[in-house]
Unconditional design. Structure first.
Length: 271
């Protein structure tokens, strides 16, 4: 069954690649000149994901036109593929790389938005879960009606160039040590796992910590490693294809994310 799914996926990707290679690449080469491997990769990703389908419609509102939001979204993908650490680096590259600029959707250097416009748009994309919507659609389109074999769950560290957020101390009044007085009721403390049993997926995700903090884990040699940043929890199927992903603070234990991950994966594939 799993081999059948992988064969269908490979066939679909091969058809995508054949279309892109035989028609889109030659046309773009005539328009912008010879394409680099990175540019070909970007074009393939943009053509496969069709990210413009998931951009909210801002028609009738003040600000830049909808076409500019689409171009910024394409540049957002380019920033990730080219591994650019800052928006400033992305803008500098767009200003000097004519081919990349036109692939994203801007004809002239003067058409490129300001850094603040990029930042606002990127914040909007994050708030609307743009990439999550794209990923969800790709998985459902590829695996709808199929039964997947093995589902693996793991997490990986993501280091960030940020200061860890200080944990806010609980200001609840401390009760005196010892047994409670006669007639005194002490509210039992509930763990996150206990709360999750009565929550919907969206509530579970909202309850998970997402701020930058310090995480630690033991490596294969038994030594403790620490990092500042986040942790990415991923469910994958055979072929190392990610089905669902959840980003949390670095200190979040994997067990706290297991239930929402399982729920999300269950909505996307049948295991």
């Amino acid at each position: 069954m799993q081999e059948s799914i992988m064969e269908k996926l490979k066939e679909r990707l091969s058809n995508y690649w054949l279309t892109i290679q035989s028609s889109l690449f030659p046309w773009l080469t005539e328009e912008v000149g010879d394409l680099t491997k990175k540019q070909m990769l970007l074009i393939t990703v943009l053509e496969t994901t069709r990210i413009e389908r998931y951009i909210p419609n801002y028609q009738g509102l003040t600000g830049r036109p909808q076409s500019d939001r689409v171009a910024i979204a394409r540049a957002f993908m380019a920033k990730a593929i080219y591994d650019m650490s800052t928006t400033r680096i992305l803008i500098d590259r767009l200003e000097c790389d004519i081919a990349l600029r036109r692939i994203c959707g801007w004809e002239k250097k003067s058409d490129i938005p300001s850094e603040s416009t990029f930042s606002r748009a990127f914040a909007e994309f994050a708030k609307s879960n743009l990439l999550e919507q794209v990923h969800d659609s790709l998985i459902k389109d590829s695996y709808e009606g199929e039964i997947v074999g093995h589902l693996s769950r793991d997490s990986t560290t993501i280091e960030a160039r940020e200061k860890p957020v200080k944990k806010v101390k609980d200001n609840k009044p401390k009760r005196k040590p010892g047994r409670p007085k006669k007639g005194e009721e002490v509210a039992p403390k509930t763990t996150r796992l206990e709360r999750q049993s009565e929550m919907k997926v969206e509530e579970m995700l909202d309850d998970l910590p997402k701020k930058c903090d310090i995480g630690c884990k033991k490596n294969s040699k038994g030594h403790t490693e620490t990092w500042i940043g986040y942790k990415l929890h991923v469910d994958t199927i055979d072929g190392q294809l990610p089905i669902s992903c959840v980003l949390t603070s670095a200190s979040t234990h994997d067990s706290q994310v297991a239930i929402p991950l399982a729920e999300i994966s269950g909505q996307r594939v049948t295991n």
